[in-house]
Design a protein around this ligand. Sequence first.
Ligand SMILES: C[S@@+](CC[C@H](N)C(=O)[O-])C[C@H]1O[C@@H](n2cnc3c(N)ncnc32)[C@H](O)[C@@H]1O
Length: 184
Amino acid sequence: MGFHTFDVERAEALEDAGRYRFCSREELLGAIDPSADDVVADVGSGTGFYTDEVAPFVERMYAVDVQPEMHEHYREKGAPENVEFVTAGATSLPLSDDELDAAFSTMTYHEFADDAALEELARVVRPGGRVVTLDWSRSGTGDDGPPMDERFALGDAVDAFESAGFTTVRGETRKETFVHVCTR
Ligand SMILES: C[S@@+](CC[C@H](N)C(=O)[O-])C[C@H]1O[C@@H](n2cnc3c(N)ncnc32)[C@H](O)[C@@H]1O
């Protein structure tokens, strides 16, 4: 696991629509490019703020979170019917080999990033499947998001995913965040 895990006591903050300043639904969907029959996982789904945006465009959506309390928040809010809750850490996903057409994470990579987690993603994402990572950038200002010393740079994500067998399709650093898209 990476650095600290997001505090469940602050879960409501994840539902703040102001977060679209850092990643919009359109941007996320554009990066994932889902098909209607896709099986997709949101790794570190939290309250489902972004899971909700992608679920209507896929067949099955796994909301994966290591903290069951986060799933409780999401259940209370109400999840789309095709969302399946998975309580697990990113290093031990209870999914079959090659089961996923795509996986994504929003503002969470810094919490789970390590070799074991990326190897696990390489196991469950099918060949040609896509992994989309949006996270706070080490070159941001630090005005929002986690402490600077807990963040990664785009180049760190490129190196880590490529070491795990993925091929980078696109990467971009913006003001506060980076986006990384790769295929297995
Ligand atoms: C900052 S929150 C972001 C939640 C959501 N992705 C969003 O953007 O609204 C990070 C979430 O990742 C979860 N998480 C942290 N480490 C994890 C791990 N190793 N495996 C699975 N989930 C993890 C936390 O419990 C938390 O719900």
